[in-house]
Design a protein around this ligand. Structure first.
Ligand code: SAM
Length: 276
């Protein structure tokens, strides 16, 4: 098969909090030039793939996700082959077999399992239980796109033809790598925006209020060092308070807010940038 090499890379996983719809707004606030692009909560990497910086450091604490980035960079053809195999076997029984019984014997199989489950599970969620086991039921898709060969190869071309460092670290450690003139985009798990009772609770990513404070301190430190920093978060009083010394831009968005996925509501989120 002839590989299309001219398509632009895009996220290869469905990811909660994906930024594809907000790219047009976020890019309005980026500087014209920077040195290294750093994205410490990369997730699906919507902004990364849009910008396609030649030098970048990307990281996330989700080790399955980071393994998939590395496998696409190093071994895309073997991964595509495994996904084709999974696609040809896809059924309800097969889904639960892969989810509950299949034990990957190497990182390529691990990445194939991760992408297969992401494309076929309910809402593309990646949720694990206390024992670290993925426990999302199968989604009701007629024809899930299990193998996007062209995109995997486009992502591979981007990651392997540029200077892209892929890390599996906490954001604070990654931020230590930023130098004056670099651009850091923080897109953390959002603080719940619906009331003060939740402020001490943890999100599903275990990213609690103390992490948001640690992130604000990191943001402040980088900014004072001449690093260009920009951050997304929910519109909540705590976030407004934490970043009161910075410029806060309100963004109107819309999100699915119920599990049937058919009720939409206007939603505001914030973009924090340095003082304009
Ligand atoms: C809102 S998502 C990022 C979405 C991404 N911008 C996109 O377009 O898909 C937040 C990410 O932060 C990661 N994460 C959670 N805690 C973290 C931490 N302490 N350091 C780095 N990454 C973390 C999660 O695994 C998740 O992928």
């Amino acid at each position: 098969m002839i590989d299309k090499t001219d398509i632009l890379p895009k996220p290869f996983v469905k990811w909660a909090g994906g930024k594809r719809k907000l790219i047009g707004i976020i890019t309005q606030y980026l500087p014209k030039h920077w040195n290294t692009y750093i994205e410490p909560f990369v997730g699906g990497g919507a902004l990364l793939f849009h910008l396609q910086p030649k030098t970048a450091i990307i990281s996330d604490t989700n080790s399955e996700l980071i393994n998939a980035y590395r496998v696409i960079k190093e071994n895309p053809y073997k991964l595509i082959e495994l996904l084709e195999h999974m696609k040809s076997h896809h059924s309800k029984e097969y889904y639960y077999y892969i989810r509950d019984k299949f034990l990957p014997k190497d990182n390529i199989e691990k990445a194939a399992r991760f992408i297969y489950l992401n494309r076929t599970c309910f809402n593309g969620l990646w949720r694990v239980n206390k024992q670290g086991k993925f426990n999302v039921p199968m989604g009701r898709y007629k024809n899930p796109k299990i193998v996007d060969r062209d995109n995997i190869l486009a992502v591979h071309n981007y990651l392997s033809n540029n200077d892209i460092t892929i890390l599996n670290e906490d954001f604070e450690k990654v931020s230590l790598l930023a130098k004056p003139g670099d651009l850091v985009y923080f897109d953390p798990p959002y603080l719940p925006s619906d009331g003060s009772s939740k402020f001490t609770s943890y999100t599903s990513d275990n990213f609690g209020i103390e992490d948001h404070i640690r992130l604000r301190d990191t943001f402040q430190k980088l900014s004072s060092q001449g690093v260009f920093v920009i951050l997304s978060n929910s519109d909540s009083p705590i976030i407004r308070e934490l970043y009161r010394d910075f410029t806060i831009v309100e963004i109107e968005t819309s999100r699915f807010i119920n599990s049937r996925g058919n009720a939409r509501r206007g939603w505001k989120e914030l973009l924090i940038i340095e003082k304009l």
